[in-house]
Design a protein around this ligand. Structure first.
Ligand code: ADP
Ligand code: MG
Length: 577
């Protein structure tokens, strides 16, 4: 129990730190209490009505009182439901806001480890669980407690012997409901995890639909998917079994108690020690005691769920932001880039880069070559600040790049990779994606950069021109078209530093030629880092850095390396022959 109350703390502090109208929560709870009290009054009035009925005519004030109690209950209960729902949704919005703001600012390394489908499930499902608890279960619980306490007090005052008889149902209900509730909590926790895993799997598979089909993986995906669905089904069954136990058992308990009360009460009524009205009131109060107890089981189940959900939400909210959220802004145009003794590992065990040093003067072209898996792309990741070096430093002039704000640094870097990523949307949206002043960018400008990237021709040929939809991840375009749009994007941003990672590797020789020309144009006047799968594109580099197994094994011009570096010579002979 202490354990449980301890783990409630994060839940409460998360709630308190959320932006929601606290007054509205208070008003909603108050209204809910008022509803309950009005509900408690009704049986009392009914009792008087029934008793009056037996010896005189109908009492108008009494009927009016019952009417008012009903109206108050209806109206106030409506208000309470609405207000508490508003609070619940506000909490969810606020949590989702905070999660989203966080998620887009987490470092790349977080997404290396986490399946994006599971994260989706956290943002969507886990927050809904919290909402349900606040809007529904929590008020139900509060008014339930009031209802029970109120009803018991009234009954004790009315007739304590009958009350004691009726209260037999309480321990009985508790004994039945609590183990079921505990079971339920376990199931729903499993259900949540399974749902998250399933969401992740669906998203992953559908996201790589071509790979799946090309690998004729339908059969194995079918099995995997159906297994997941089967596990969800099993949880559903377990849940159904518990639900199937709860209502009939509760019905049985209620019926047994009703029969006992009617039996005993009927006896008392016939020997004159109890009025008929009291008996009716007893039966009405019975429901006001039993029903809340039933809902308590749901409350504790939901509370368990919400605790689990909160832990996961907090684990996201507590993650450290990507560094460089603030920092200086610096124009890096005329500054050299210095990489000094940089080492890096994705995971502790395996160093990927070891003690790398080089420098690039403004306007220079530095090429990286070396066997696949040597760490070239990783070096670009460090330059882009997707990851931070575990040792060593990268400077721009005399300033460590970590002093610059991420926004200032990255906005001055153009990155063209082998497979240029695209957002679903139009070509225009992709060109201006992320730019602050995208509204003020004219069509002329877009056409101009498209022309520089040799992309204007094919864009013109689309019936919708710049407003052509590219499809998810740009699937409606060819590889060469995507590359040229990526280059046009880079032109539009006018980056000071350019990084190109095997930008033509996946293209056929015709598009490769065009894209290479566009790239050469883009490189003019900028400091450029190139990873080339073809040496022909880097023979003109000011310096070639040969990286093998995370280490620089040679630096120099093409001629120098041909002279001094055996592996480079082999590479060159293979490719340039
Ligand atoms: P290159 O671009 O020279 O072919 P990479 O920089 O892509 O080489 O990869 C260097 C090494 O780092 C490889 O052994 C690769 O398995 C590993 N690696 C690359 N990306 C990641 C990552 N996100 N997480 C863990 N290891 C990675
Ligand atoms: Mg690579």
């Amino acid at each position: 129990m202490t354990n449980e109350s301890k783990s409630l703390k994060p839940f409460l502090s998360l709630l308190l730190s959320s932006q929601f109208p606290k007054r509205l929560l208070f008003a909603g709870l108050l209204a809910s209490v008022l509803t309950t009290i009005a509900g408690l009054v009704v049986p009392l009035l009914t009792k008087n009505l029934v008793d009056d009925f037996s010896f005189s005519s109908l009492s108008t004030p009494l009927i009016a009182a019952i009417g008012i109690a009903f109206i108050v209950q209806t109206v106030v209960s409506g208000l309470s439901i609405y207000w508490l729902s508003v609070v619940g949704y506000k909490v969810v919005s606020s949590l989702r806001d905070r999660m989203w703001i966080k998620l887009i600012r987490l470092p790349v390394s977080y997404y290396d480890k986490q399946s994006s489908g599971e994260i989706v499930s956290r943002v969507v499902n886990d927050t809904s669980v919290v909402q349900d608890l606040i809007s529904n279960r929590f008020p139900q619980f509060i008014s339930g407690i009031i209802s029970i306490i109120g009803a018991i007090i009234i009954l004790l005052l009315m007739d304590w012997k009958m009350t004691m008889l009726m209260l037999i149902s309480v321990p009985l209900t508790i004994v039945i409901m609590f183990p079921l509730g505990r079971q339920m909590a376990k199931i729903s926790r499993g259900l949540q995890d399974e749902t998250a895993a399933f969401t992740g799997h669906v998203q992953q598979t559908l996201g790589e639909i071509r790979l799946m089909k090309a690998s004729t993986a339908e059969q194995s995906e079918e099995t995997k998917g159906l297994e997941g669905i089967g596990r969800l089904f099993d949880f559903g069954l377990k849940e159904a079994r518990i639900f199937a136990l709860i209502s009939p058992i509760m019905y049985l308990v209620v019926m047994v108690v009703i029969v006992m009360i009617i039996g005993y009460g009927g006896m008392r009524v016939s020997n004159g020690t109890m009025s008929t009205g009291s008996l009716v009131a007893f039966l009405l109060y019975l429901f006001q005691i039993i029903m809340p107890i039933t809902s308590f089981a749901m409350f504790f189940t939901q509370l368990q769920k919400a605790k689990g959900a909160t832990e996961r939400i907090i684990s996201i909210l507590d993650l450290p932001l990507e560094p460089g959220q603030d920092g200086i802004s610096l124009d890096i145009k005329h500054e050299p880039i210095v990489v000094e003794n940089v080492s890096f590992a994705y995971s502790e065990e395996e160093p990927v880069l070891k003690n790398i040093s080089f420098a690039a003067q403004p306007g220079e072209m530095i090429a990286f070559a070396g066997p696949s898996g040597g760490g070239k792309t990783t070096m670009f990741g460090l330059l882009e600040r997707f990851y931070e070096p575990s040792a060593g430093e990268i400077r721009i002039g005399a300033v460590p790049i970590t002093d610059l704000s991420m926004a200032s640094w990255r906005s001055q870097i153009g990155y063209v990779s082998q497979e240029s990523a695209m957002m679903a949307g139009t070509i225009r949206e992709n060109l201006v994606y992320g730019l602050k002043d995208r509204k003020s960018i004219s069509d002329e400008q877009l056409w101009e950069v498209s022309k520089m990237a040799y992309a204007d021709q094919f864009i013109k040929e689309f019936p919708n021109g710049l407003d052509t939809e590219v499809g998810e991840r740009g699937v409606k375009l060819s590889g060469g078209q995507r590359q040229r749009i990526a280059i046009a994007r880079a032109f539009l941003r006018d980056p000071k530093i350019l990084m190109m990672d095997e930008a033509t590797a996946s293209l056929d020789s015709q598009s490769e030629g065009i894209v290479q020309e566009a790239l050469t144009r883009l490189m003019e006047g900028r400091t450029t880092f190139v990873i080339a799968h073809r040496l022909s594109t880097i023979v003109d580099a000011d310096r070639i850095i040969f990286i093998e197994k995370g280490q620089v094994t040679g630096t120099g011009t093409h001629e120098e390396l041909i002279q001094s570096h055996n592996l480079y010579r082999e590479f060159a002979e293979q490719q340039l022959a």
